[in-house]
Design a protein around this ligand. Structure first.
Ligand SMILES: [Zn+2]
Length: 289
């Protein structure tokens, strides 16, 4: 029953987005709340896809390149594939599995088997699960290889557009979460930080500029992530929390919400807001309503 409800909710979400997208793409210029937002031909769109208590982010870049960071649980695979198809995507140029937990890489095999894939990045760590083996098998069957996601690796670097890994910094961790690939994306004057499930230990190893307008919060809003010092360095205006309604972990934790609240950031959550899409021309940033 819960599953059915979830599916119905997802379908309603897709219909709403289709209507939204249809009206949207017909207009070349859109006016925002502040009245001066010009879109859309060379804009960047970041979709935080609602996969409940899991993680999935689709990024459509100004030059048409696409990137997918995680693909939800095994059960979300079909929905993620449908969402990408609904967005008109035929090729995923950059596919990132942040770390080998099911709620992040579960749907990756479905994505790999359904789209042309450019490059696949994952951190250098193994997991003895069927989910992990399924991902590696789909990589192999599609004649792909896995590139290592680690701090210092640039994914895209040009004058106006930069995407790079800022974590993991170390080679070994006790917690699988800390192997999470953390991605910093900058387009002109706007930046995003996608943190997987990286915990405070990993956050504190990250060096360099990680300031971002939008933060995909670590580990579903758990208190084991988003340390104060790290959060202050990111200094976001917006935060997205990928958490499922009434999830078993009590995510997001009250300590995290308190931190966000005291900083006065605008918080979006998968359990209350569903899929949330940000768009920016590199100067202005807004949420597609
Ligand atoms: Zn997770």
């Amino acid at each position: 029953m819960r599953k059915l409800k979830k599916r119905v909710k997802f379908i309603i979400g897709i219909i709403a987005l289709c209507i939204c997208a249809a009206s949207y793409f017909n207009t070349e210029t859109t006016v925002t709340d502040n009245g001066d937002f010009e879109y859309l031909q060379d804009g960047l769109r970041v979709h935080f896809v609602d996969v409940g208590q899991a993680d999935c982010t689709l990024i459509e870049m100004p030059d048409g390149t696409t990137m997918l960071i995680d693909a939800g649980n095994n059960d979300d695979g079909d929905d993620v594939v449908s969402y990408l198809k609904m967005c008109g995507i035929e090729k995923v140029d950059i596919l990132i599995g942040t770390h080998p937990h099911e709620d992040h890489i579960g749907g990756l095999d479905d994505v790999i088997n359904s789209f042309e894939i450019g490059a696949v990045y994952m951190p250098k760590v193994q997991s003895n699960t069927k989910t992990f083996r399924d991902v590696l098998n789909s990589v192999k069957q599609n004649d792909l290889t896995v590139k290592t996601a680690k701090s210092g690796v640039n994914i895209i670097s040009d004058e106006e557009f930069n995407v790079k890994f800022v974590a993991p910094v170390s080679d070994r961790y006790e917690e699988l979460n800390n192997y999470s690939a953390v991605v910093h994306l900058k387009y002109k004057n706007k930046a995003f930080l996608f943190t997987g499930d990286a915990e405070i230990l990993s956050e504190n190893e990250i060096t360099g500029d990680i300031s971002a307008d939008v933060l995909k919060i670590g580990h579903h809003g758990s208190s084991t992530s988003t340390g104060k010092e790290f959060f202050n360095r990111v200094n976001p205006d917006y935060v997205f929390i990928p958490c499922g309604a009434e999830n078993d972990y009590g995510h997001p934790h009250k300590e995290t919400l308190k931190l966000l609240n005291s900083a006065g950031v605008k918080v979006y959550r998968a359990d209350t807001d569903g899929t949330v899409i940000f768009e920016t021309d590199g100067e202005n940033l807004r949420v597609v309503e």
